[in-house]
Design a protein around this ligand. Sequence first.
Ligand code: NPG
Length: 374
Amino acid sequence: MRLTGVETRVVEIPLVSPFRTSFGTETVRQVLVVRAVTEDAEGWGECGASESPLYSSEYTTGAAVMLERFFLPAIRTAQQALGDDFASQHVSPALDAFKGHRLSKSALETAILDAQLRAQGVSFASALGAVRDSVPCGVSLGITDTIDQLLDDVAASLDAGYLRIKLKIEPGWDIGAVRAVRERFGDIDLQVDANAAYRRSDIRLLAGLDAFDLTLLEQPLPADDLLGHAALARAISTPICLDESITSARAAAAAIELGACSIVNIKPGRVGGYLEARRVHDLCAAHEIPVWCGGMLETGIGRAANVALAALPGFTMPGDTSASERYYATDLTEPFRLVNGRISVPQGHGLGVTPIAEVLERFTVRRAWHPLSA
Ligand code: NPG
């Protein structure tokens, strides 16, 4: 393929309601949208970074700078060396010298992969190896001011058809919230996500969750504390799932070998892209570790790719692949809808969805075009 250029846009879209986690509250989703233009097609990617570096070290403006200053010049060099043989599998090696910044790398690789697949007439799902045409969906519920509000959110989510509920927790909003939801809704598929808000000294407190038969406890401890997670896994019966700690297939292998988790949340952005996400999936499948697809408040662009990934065989648990309306009154693409708790996997070429030009324009706050042709 021959890339003629890449457009970066910073987009700001209001969320239907504030999303509060242990690391902060988002009311407007600020997102970097990447468009890769080739001679035959154009492709789209979305960066999972938020306005501030609170979930990870990356943030939207920084991601735009990384692309502009480092990644696009490296892609230009790779393309000059490879000529028409340049393809999406060359993106990650071309960017490998730059440490970290995986969310940003993923956005660029996804846009280039999308352009390639559209030109080839292949869907993301079939390129990745999907085995189903719809995926079971869960929902992630933020921290609320009161337990009553949380119970209302759970009730609305179950009414909408979500097949599992994930509660965000933090110190002071954990056992009580879980108990209230269990008491009110009984035997639902329920899990919790701490976003690294606890420390090893909280093991006794976290053992208190065992009474509630949760499907999993996600990322209780800091990302770099694999040994702490292993110690916790030995001390409690609730299965441990890792998110922030799993930054690559290599990191997943270490976590599994150490006994730090028995379930893995795969977020393609967090591991640097969909190609690495598939490697994490394959590794977990080889170790019989169930996986599910995480979410980062994606617009329809990122959601399309996540839903395709979640259709791979090892994704045996419902993911954070909610319908567009859970977050956005107006999505950048045609909205993803929940039907009987599932979302259909797009079957069109590439991502199978395209941003609606007028909507994209309305929410764009900054844009830049970076020519790449020689
Ligand atoms: O459904 O897209 C979704 C959101 C799921 O809870 C969710 N995402 O910690 O996993 C997380 C959280 C998140 C949101 C992370 C925004 C980073 C940014």
